[in-house]
Design a protein around this ligand. Structure first.
Ligand SMILES: Cc1cc2nc3c(=O)[nH]c(=O)nc-3n(C[C@H](O)[C@H](O)[C@H](O)COP(=O)(O)O)c2cc1C
Ligand code: SF4
Length: 424
């Protein structure tokens, strides 16, 4: 079994305290990194090929190099802890169980991009995570790990905790910046990109909590070691969120590229009830196109393998459905969420998501009409790539996958005016 890294302190008594974190080797990577020139830290992370764990899998070190070298403005690091994608609950675990690991990653990364302030934007409902992180910040400050002249190095970095107000769209990086500035969480048009004009119009890098939790290991043990975990171009450990019809749902750590069915059967304990069969799996949170049971047989869980199967790793929210699940009802639940969360700025998204939701709801309620599937696919087609942010794509792509892959179930529902599956 692969060595646990991101979750090595989870379940250890007192894991959230500075004392236990230090006893278990914590803050050694910061001690090393803070004495290195920022460019060397960035080079090591670039060499490790670490990719962002927030959804898109963008190379982290490369993103850091986009920060302008000569801007006179303040530079910021934002930590995206909004974690509102249905099926996703890994960042919460990290913040609640190992806040100092998160903090150590934040401080090293802020040093790498020469930011003196890091903002951590925490999902509003994560009250415990926010409190635990705040306690870690306060304790680390007392010990000289953050604030002025960190560990006598001359570097100044402060960390500010911010609580969001419960909107999924505020996880989108530019909506998050608007929200942090005290405005409504509307995504911004890009360009300009955050590295050029981000928070308060200043150079800003934004990274996910789990992304930054990888950084201390890279600095401590080196990029070459990190590259031995996972697969080519998909290196490192990964947190997978297993939910749905499993015996042991939860957060599990395994290398990127671990087989989907290994996660389901070995870590998740297999399907929850004997006699049930696997019907489908959403592999990467609600925005990821669903895979049929047949497609799940050989799926390495990494960015490139899932993209090759026209789905995505996304936030690694693995939602397992057994053969009692009605796919019309499942899609209705997903689209209800997206229709509620659209910020409403763009017509194809505002109108499109609620339109496809209304159609699925009508089918689910027994009033489906012939041609409903075509209309849905047509509306989806007109949403993709036509909006300010990718929220519209995130709603349309899973809808298309449900309809295309389980078409007969949708058509039967329309013809019979009811669900045709046997009662579970
Ligand atoms: C609608 C929407 C919601 C998002 N929610 C989150 C989120 O909760 N957490 C997160 O880290 N990234 C989220 N993202 C991705 C961020 O915009 C951004 O790409 C990410 O924080 C970058 O970090 P990374 O490079 O470390 O992955 C979301 C994107 C979209 C379009
Ligand atoms: S795509 Fe949707 S969520 Fe994104 S800016 Fe447009 S309306 Fe808002």
């Amino acid at each position: 079994m692969a060595e646990k890294l991101l979750t090595r302190n989870v379940g250890v008594p007192g894991s959230a305290t500075l004392e236990v974190y230090e006893q278990r080797g914590g803050y050694q990577a910061l001690r090393k990194a803070i004495t290195l020139p920022p460019e060397s830290v960035t080079d090591e992370v670039k060499k490790s090929s670490l990719r962002g764990r927030g959804g898109a899998g963008f190379p982290t070190g490369l993103k850091w190099t986009f920060m302008p070298k000569d801007s006179p403005k303040p530079r910021y690091l934002i930590v995206n802890a909004d974690e509102s994608e249905p099926g996703t609950f890994k960042d919460r675990l990290l913040m609640e169980e190992d806040p100092h690991l998160c903090l150590e990653g934040i401080l090293i990364s802020a040093h790498a991009i020469r930011a003196k302030t890091a903002f951590v934007y925490v999902r509003g409902e994560f009250v415990r995570a926010l409190r635990t992180m705040q306690m870690a910040v306060d304790d680390a400050r007392k010990k000289g790990y953050l604030g002025k002249n960190i560990l006598g190095s001359g570097a100044d970095i402060d960390v500010v905790m911010h609580r969001g107000a419960g909107a999924y769209i505020c996880g989108e990086e530019t909506a998050l910046m608007e929200s942090l500035e005290g405005k409504r969480g509307y995504p911004r048009l890009k360009p300009p990109f955050p590295a050029v004009a981000g928070l308060y119009g200043c150079p800003t890098t934004i990274n996910n909590v789990e992304t930054l939790a990888n950084v201390p290991f890279i600095l401590e043990r080196g990029a070459d070691w990190y590259l031995t975990i996972g697969r080519e171009k998909n290196a490192g450990p990964k947190l997978y969120c297993l939910s749905g019809h499993l015996k042991r749902p939860g957060v599990y750590e395994a290398p990127l590229g671990t087989q989907l069915m290994t996660l389901v059967n070995e870590m998740g304990g297999g399907l929850w009830k004997d006699g049930r069969k696997l019907k489908a799996i959403v592999p990467g949170g609600a925005s990821a196109p669903v895979l049929t049971a047949a497609e799940c047989a050989d799926v390495p869980m990494d960015f490139d393998s899932l993209a090759a199967r026209k789905s995505m790793l996304g936030s690694a929210g693995v939602m397992v459905m057994d053969d009692t699940v009605c796919m019309v009802r499942a899609l209705e639940r997903i689209l209800r969420f997206f229709a509620h969360e659209s910020c409403g700025q763009c017509t194809p998204c505002r109108v499109g998501v609620s339109w496809i939701h209304r159609i699925v709801k009508r089918i689910e309620d027994g009033g489906g009409q012939s041609g409903d599937c075509e209309t849905m696919l047509d509306v989806c087609d007109n949403m993709i790539g036509k909006t300010i942010c990718v929220f519209a794509d995130a709603a349309a792509l899973p809808a298309m996958a449900f309809v295309n892959k389980f078409r007969s179930e949708f058509e039967d529902h329309i013809k019979q005016g009811r669900c045709t599956l046997p009662e579970a």
